[in-house]
Design a binder for this molecule. Structure first.
Ligand SMILES: [Ca+2]
Ligand SMILES: [Ca+2]
Ligand SMILES: [Ca+2]
Ligand SMILES: [Ca+2]
Ligand SMILES: [Zn+2]
Length: 651
């Protein structure tokens, strides 16, 4: 592109120069011509010819451009996607499924779509696997990132964030060398809609922006023997559950003076004009309570097997960890993929980058917290207005949620983004912490959304309260970005998660050095490297022995390495197959050190052919030195459950 634009610029300069010369010649001609006698012949019309020449060149360029009209691409996005998708709106289950199928069909070499289970309501739970599926490297031999959305189904934009990520990786693979590198190096597992039954309910049944938060399996919340018998009622028929107020001269609330749709509490010593009487609904079963037993309830993010607590301690825990099928199948998937070394669990709202622990009694390893800190600090730059926090310190305590389980029991760096920040309304820090101040929301609604986010107060007849008015924020605003901010929310969150993925461990054999000791005795020194921020095994992984140690092994290479074989990503099958029946090659001993001079080496006493390394830290190397019998070339391989594989053959 730069070559083309230089050419264009130089052509432009030549053209301008020609015009300037033509103008000068013209002036000179007039100056000389004026005093000349009338009968003398005129000079040839050089200026006209020059102008024609310039015009011809302009036309030529225009014709060439017309013949090859490359769209003018805005940077950072595909100019002409194979699967066009609008990113300023929400998608329901059927629409999302169609987009996923189109992407899998358009990009079979990198996008694979599978349903891991059917839900209670008969929907597929889709998981998309994105990697270079044609490089011959087994999926489990590459480090993987798990990315999910919709564990809380009312938190709608997270599905679009994950869907956008799938679309972006697929569409940009052939455009962006950087995206191609990330996709080639890693595996991405993406679950855009973990709770489709409830998302459908949120979209198409009367709900507010907080519901449903769990799954749709009926639960008797109030213990009256009836299941989900008294949920919301859409009294004004607008599809949104808002709130109810009754006029009351001794009331507790009054309209805000500047934004009269907003109800504010009367100050001490001040009389209100209304009384608030709860969320839109009636007493459907005549038990004296309103909306006491709606859809569900269990919380799909309180069912994971780390510090789980039963219902009487924490609402939403259901029977026992993983006691809901839709949660269990995702847990099984994660456990079946030990190559996962990073994960992102998207939620709304508040503008937070959250790490565990979620309970004050829980503890994360210090060294691992330092890794989280480094990643999230970059995230705060990429997501303006988002704050990095530890959940139990700065939010609220909870038990049995997924990100802490992922860290403590799967041993990877798991983060949770609470997407959409109060900061995003006006780009100011005074808009509230986590939840935006109501006045900010109403000001934004008035000036940027033209009153589209609020259902205005309407009088209806209520069977229990008589005349009431219903009104308030609609279900599609307050936690979610508005249409015009959706794509930015998707892109920035995706970009941070890709940064996280790019910092997952990646092992390689950096070099192999061979020196003859005497006769058939050789010293082979290999440098193995992890050139990313996250260690191959976190401190928690080493402490609990979650994944096996990394293994650096040596064997005699069968033959001279063919061209291109010397550096082979993800190879190491040779290392796995164990020692060959080769009597002339023997590994006598091995040393491991952090330094090239082996000042205090670790002596490998057992099985020196396959040296175990507890962890390969972020941006660090290990030196492994073998004493072997038998001449090379040698193949050195490194195998890491979470950091991938590599092997190299000595010269
Ligand atoms: Ca009930
Ligand atoms: Ca219920
Ligand atoms: Ca009831
Ligand atoms: Ca009731
Ligand atoms: Zn949530």
């Amino acid at each position: 592109m730069s070559f083309a634009s230089n050419t264009y610029r130089s052509r432009f300069l030549v053209g301008a120069l020609a015009l300037a010369i033509a103008a000068l010649v013209g002036v000179a001609f007039v100056f000389i011509a004026r005093p000349a006698p009338a009968d003398e012949p005129d000079e040839p019309p050089a200026p006209t010819s020059s102008r024609e020449e310039a015009a011809r060149r302009v036309q030529e360029r225009a014709d060439a451009a017309a013949a090859n009209r490359e769209p003018y691409r805005a940077v950072g996005g595909p100019k002409d996607p194979k699967v066009p998708v609008r990113w300023n709106r929400f998608y329901d289950y059927a629409e999302m499924t169609e987009i996923l199928k189109k992407l899998a069909a358009a990009y079979p070499e990198i996008v694979k779509l599978e349903s891991i289970a059917k839900t209670h309501g008969g929907h597929d739970l889709w998981v998309v696997t994105i990697t270079n599926h044609q490089d011959g490297v087994p999926e489990l031999h590459k480090s993987a990132m798990w990315i999910d959305g919709g564990l809380h189904p009312n938190e709608t934009q997270v599905t679009e964030i994950v869907l956008y990520s799938i679309w972006y990786l697929a569409e940009m693979y052939s455009i962006s060398p950087e995206i191609k590198r990330m996709v080639d190096e890693r595996v991405f597992y993406l679950a855009p809609m973990m709770n489709p039954d409830s998302r459908e309910a949120h979209f198409y049944q009367p709900n507010n922006r907080h519901k449903p938060r769990g799954g749709m399996r009926p639960v008797d919340d109030d213990g009256d023997g009836l299941f989900d018998e008294d949920g919301f009622d859409d009294l004004d028929g607008d599809g949104h559950i808002t709130v109810m107020r009754v006029a009351d001269e001794n009331g507790t609330h009054l309209p805000h003076p500047k934004f009269p749709r907003l109800m504010i509490e009367a100050k001490p010593g001040q009389k209100g004009t209304y009384r608030m009487v709860g969320e839109e609904g009636i007493d459907n079963d005549g038990d004296g309570e309103i909306n006491e037993d709606g859809d569900g309830y269990y919380d799909t993010n309180r069912l994971w097997p780390w510090l789980w607590e039963p219902e009487y301690v924490q609402k939403g825990g259901y029977w026992y960890p993983f006691s809901v099928h839709e949660v269990r199948v995702f847990g099984d998937f994660l456990m079946a993929h030990p190559n996962i070394s990073g994960s992102q669990n998207y939620h709304n709202t508040g503008g937070l980058i959250v790490r565990g622990p979620a309970a004050a009694i829980d503890k994360f390893q210090k060294a691992d917290i330092a890794i989280y800190d480094r990643l999230a600090k970059q995230g705060e730059r990429m997501l303006p207005g988002y704050k990095y926090i530890s959940q139990s310190n700065s939010l609220y305590e909870s038990y049995g949620e997924t990100i802490t389980w992922r860290y403590q029991m799967l041993g990877h760096v798991s983060l949770l983004n609470e997407t959409f920040a109060p900061f995003n309304f006006f780009g100011t820090t005074d808009a509230g912490y986590i939840m935006p101040r109501p006045i900010i929301v109403h000001e934004f609604d008035k000036y940027l959304l033209f009153d589209d986010a609020f259902s205005d107060w309407q009088e209806i007849d209520h069977p229990q309260f008589g005349k009431v008015e219903v009104g308030g924020l609609r279900k599609n605003f307050g936690r979610q970005p508005p249409s015009f901010m959706m794509e930015e929310t998707c892109h920035r969150n995706m970009a941070f998660t890709l940064y996280h993925a790019d910092q997952m461990p990646k092992v390689s054999v950096q070099s192999i050095d061979v020196a003859q000791v005497e006769g058939e005795l050789y010293q082979v020194t290999a440098v193995v490297e992890n050139d990313r921020i996250i260690p191959t095994r976190l401190a928690v992984d080493v402490r609990r022995n979650i994944s096996p140690p990394d293994v650096v092994s040596i064997e005699r290479a069968a033959a001279e390495p063919a061209a291109g074989e010397a550096k082979q990503d993800g190879a190491g099958q040779a290392a796995e197959s164990g020692p060959q029946a080769d009597d002339s090659f023997r590994v006598i001993t091995a040393l491991v050190s952090d330094s090239a001079w082996f000042p205090e080496p670790r002596d490998v006493k057992r099985n020196p052919q396959a040296v175990e390394i507890a962890t390969l830290g972020g941006n660090s190397v290990k030196y492994v030195r073998w004493l072997v019998e038998g001449a090379g070339p040698y193949r050195v391989s490194i195998k890491s459950t979470k950091g991938g594989r590599d092997s190299q053959v000595s010269e």
